[in-house]
Design a protein around this ligand. Structure first.
Ligand code: HSE
Length: 298
């Protein structure tokens, strides 16, 4: 018995929601094939597209799968084939795609003993391996779909948020690699009350805008006063990509997860494509290679 799954790329933070907000991309992701085996444990039998460890304890899908097995009554095991399309260190949830794909498929093969929330918990163990911190803002949207909010980590509480039908994401990945663990180390551990006020104003505004499908409000709320000023220094061309995207009609633009990918949200696919053109021009001028995608949020 085998199951083939699409494992979506995700944008974490979405500017104002560091470690709590994320969204799943409809058109960008990996593929995995998972099958039950009589042999206990988890085996990664194939891994193409990226140079990543295949040893179960070193692989995020392996570790997430083991977390599920530890809570399960099933006494067999699983074999995993991973076909990576998302580059590691790109900032669009490469590790989350693998962790969630594994546990989601295993749950299907076991006739769904676990809830989506439990699957998020298992997948977070993959994130712990990848970045040192079990953050849930990529794995939650990969499991639940659309936009998700991590309302609380302890206890874990995930809220699915409405995705307006005309909202499209443009994501450009300049071909440099930034490890999440490195881009977390440079962050400050405290924020000022003044920045906090601005940030939670925006986060509330963004959630309200998503529910009322008020695209202008979404645009006004897509600002990050806390993380972006620090991390953007690591991304060549960031300020230019952002200003050109906004000029081209994007509602907002920011760092995708821990970078270096940059995302913009736009109303309508035609606008999202115009924004893609503007982003592309910036990296062509600077002379940095890139991947670019336009996708619905789903
Ligand atoms: N919220 C995490 C961070 C996402 O920004 O470090 C990493 O993909």
């Amino acid at each position: 018995e085998a199951i083939k799954v699409f494992c979506p790329a995700t944008i974490a933070n979405v500017s104002c929601g560091f470690d709590v907000l994320g969204l799943a991309l409809d058109a960008v992701g990996d593929k995995m094939v998972i099958r039950k085996t009589a042999e206990k444990g988890i085996k990664i039998t194939k891994l193409t597209g990226q140079d990543l460890p295949m040893e179960t304890h070193q692989n995020v899908a392996g570790v997430a799968g083991l977390a599920l097995l530890a809570e399960s009554e099933y006494d067999g095991g699983f074999e995993i084939e991973i076909y990576k399309n998302i580059k590691a260190g790109s900032g669009i949830g490469s590790s989350a795609a693998s962790s969630t794909g594994a546990v989601w498929a295993m749950n299907q093969l076991l006739d769904k003993p676990f809830s989506n929330l439990e699957l998020v918990k298992f997948a977070m163990e993959g994130e712990r391996l990848a970045s040192g911190v079990a953050h849930a803002d990529n794995v939650a949207p990969a499991i639940f779909g659309g936009f998700t909010l991590v309302r609380s980590y302890t206890p874990l509480d995930i809220v699915r948020i409405n995705s307006p039908s005309q909202l499209f994401a443009t994501v450009i990945h300049p071909q440099i690699e930034i490890k999440t663990s490195d881009s977390r180390k440079i962050l400050k551990t405290t924020i000022s009350l003044e920045d906090g006020i601005k940030q939670w104003g925006n986060l509330g505004g963004l959630i309200a805008g998503l529910y009322t499908e008020d695209y202008e409000l979404i645009g006004r709320s897509l600002e990050d006063f806390i993380v972006e000023p620090i991390r953007s220094i690591l991304i060549p061309g960031f300020d230019k990509v952002k200003s050109e995207s906004l000029l081209a009609g994007a509602l907002g633009c920011g760092i995708s997860g821990s970078g270096p990918s940059i995302f913009a949200l736009s109303k309508g696919e035609a606008n999202a494509k115009k924004v893609a053109e503007a982003m592309r021009n910036v990296y062509q001028k600077i002379g940095i290679d890139y991947d670019i995608h336009v996708s619905k949020i789903n």
